[in-house]
Design a protein around this ligand. Sequence first.
Ligand SMILES: Nc1ncnc2c1ncn2[C@@H]1O[C@H](COP(=O)(O)OP(=O)(O)O)[C@@H](O)[C@H]1O
Ligand SMILES: [Mg+2]
Length: 287
Amino acid sequence: MSRGEEMKGSEQDRVREMRERERRIQQNLEQIRHRIVVFSGKGGVGKTTVAVNLSYVLVRKGYQVGLLDADITGPNVPKMIGLDGTFWSNGTQFRPLEKEGLKVVSIAPLVPKDSPVIWRGPLRSVALAQFLGDVIWGRLDFLVADLPPGTGDEVLTSAQKMHPEMAIVVTTPQEMSLIDCRRAVNMAKQLNIPKVGVVENMSGLRCPHCGAEIDLFGTGGGEIMAKQMGVILLGKVPIEVETRKGGDKGLPAVLFNPEGDAASAFFQIARRVTQLVLDKPVAKQHQ
Ligand SMILES: Nc1ncnc2c1ncn2[C@@H]1O[C@H](COP(=O)(O)OP(=O)(O)O)[C@@H](O)[C@H]1O
Ligand SMILES: [Mg+2]
């Protein structure tokens, strides 16, 4: 076989593989009723915290839920829910891991701890396509994807391949985060994601000792921005020391500190999300 023929052959194999993956993605998506992407304009604003806590509230409501950690270079979901173990695989497909009734897929168990995932955009997009097509998700009511910050390749890939019906954009209340949040909201609109909601995270802080309000990042910025941009404010989550500690220890607030202020905001956010995707009227904001 000539070198030219060999190259043509491997090209054909790749195309076949891609088509087969597309077919499996379609097959998987047919079994998933509602698909939600969580993203933000910038990092560290609480995407993973929101994705994890929302997913667990949905599990507690009795839904079948999958959480896809689509942040390939900063895969924090396993750490935040205290998940370890490796995937079962038959060579081409693999099963999600499970923790407290939540099905989870992340790149983290596949790469050595502390080593950087230095992959360019196209490779990250292939990984995301594999998570959608090669994972045996089974029947799900909700698939929640925790995306990386910004408006890069993974956000595009997830919109093209996942066809999400809802985007949740997470922001903190200060102007520096809101600038980027506006970009993220506009991206969701441009990608024709039918429903867009905003979560204002790290919204106010109450001193755990004296109860005084501390205006760290401010409060209300996300709410005003949501109004201006004509998108829904899903809720405002306060800064809470227990929530940060729980994040570090793999103990999500809604499971391990359900009485806390942050958890009660997550319960409300989940209520609004389900109302929106199930097309029920959303209760008026009381905050
Ligand atoms: N409402 C909150 N109160 C206290 N800590 C929070 C809150 N939201 C997020 N955090 C903490 O802030 C850090 C960044 O949150 P994370 O969800 O990882 O952000 P992102 O996914 O956007 O990078 C984590 O340590 C997390 O535990
Ligand atoms: Mg994250």
